[in-house]
Write a protein that binds this ligand. Sequence first.
Ligand SMILES: [Zn+2]
Ligand SMILES: [Zn+2]
Ligand SMILES: [Zn+2]
Ligand SMILES: [Zn+2]
Length: 343
Amino acid sequence: MTDSVKQSDSATPSGLPLHTYWLPIPPATSVPRFTMSRVVPDTAVEAEACANCGKEGNDDSVKLKNCTACFLVKYCSVDCQKAHRKKHKKACKERVAELKDEKLYGQGHERPLEDFCPICTLPIALPMESNSGFMVCCTTKVCAGCGLAAHKRGMLGKCPFCRTPSRDIMKSTLAMVQKRMKANDPQAFRFLASTHYFGTYGSAKDVPRAIELWREAAKLGSLEAHLMLGDQYMRGEAVAKDEAKAVEYWEVAAMQGHVESRHNLGIYESNNRNNERAVRHLMISAKMGYKESLDTIKEMFADGHALKQQYAEALAGYQIAVEETKSPDRDEYRQGNFKKSVY
Ligand SMILES: [Zn+2]
Ligand SMILES: [Zn+2]
Ligand SMILES: [Zn+2]
Ligand SMILES: [Zn+2]
């Protein structure tokens, strides 16, 4: 919240420096506006006393310290905090959950950088794997439209982004990946993990190794690796089943805009009959252009677990997101029979 306020103070919609854009525009009205900020001092004062003994804080002897979990109350001493613990526990826990939810549902509404095609700079339509190709040479995901455009320009048998010949890519896929791994490229770890998971590209099928590599990729910031690890913990086949851990992986990725992780959180909540939480997640992923989320909301609406209004809102948002992924080249790809041969 404070971040966005700060931003609007210093930046302008057009990106022009403040003095050329912002200042010459007169205020919309000359009537002084009374905003919510006027009430802040009152609530702030209210909290300036120890929640246990009521002692007010001052500059010298009484220094009040926040409950670092909820920031709702202050204490003059560790003893007062201990004495108050029983009384405060419930409110504290509730507020901590509330703060977590604010972040969980408030962040990650935009697609992450790794979801954008580096050539046309548009977000890649979902699901990504059917609308883009992963280039091991430069570890980028190039959209099908740009693949087709390169093909039409006569750039045959080359990576549309870095122009490495496909022949070389085929011959030394794993060597290229290993080179990128030395540079700590999360996409390279993620890719090698999947080759071990499926036993493709000359890698031995080795699920524990895949999990190890996903862990490295996740540490380096790959959101897709978070998705896969969450999936592993939820299924509990190659690792001990741990739903809390699975949810944690998906939450971290979802808060950074990873759509499938967000969708999975919605499904998880729905499976646990937490319909309200399920819809909150699914609305976000549907509005980011994920059809499965939209379809799930539709089903939930049919079963009486979501409101008609929620479905309508999800549908409208979904359509806007899908429009944003369209381009003439991509449309042509979708209509034609080019499929994977364009890369
Ligand atoms: Zn006290
Ligand atoms: Zn607290
Ligand atoms: Zn593109
Ligand atoms: Zn390339």
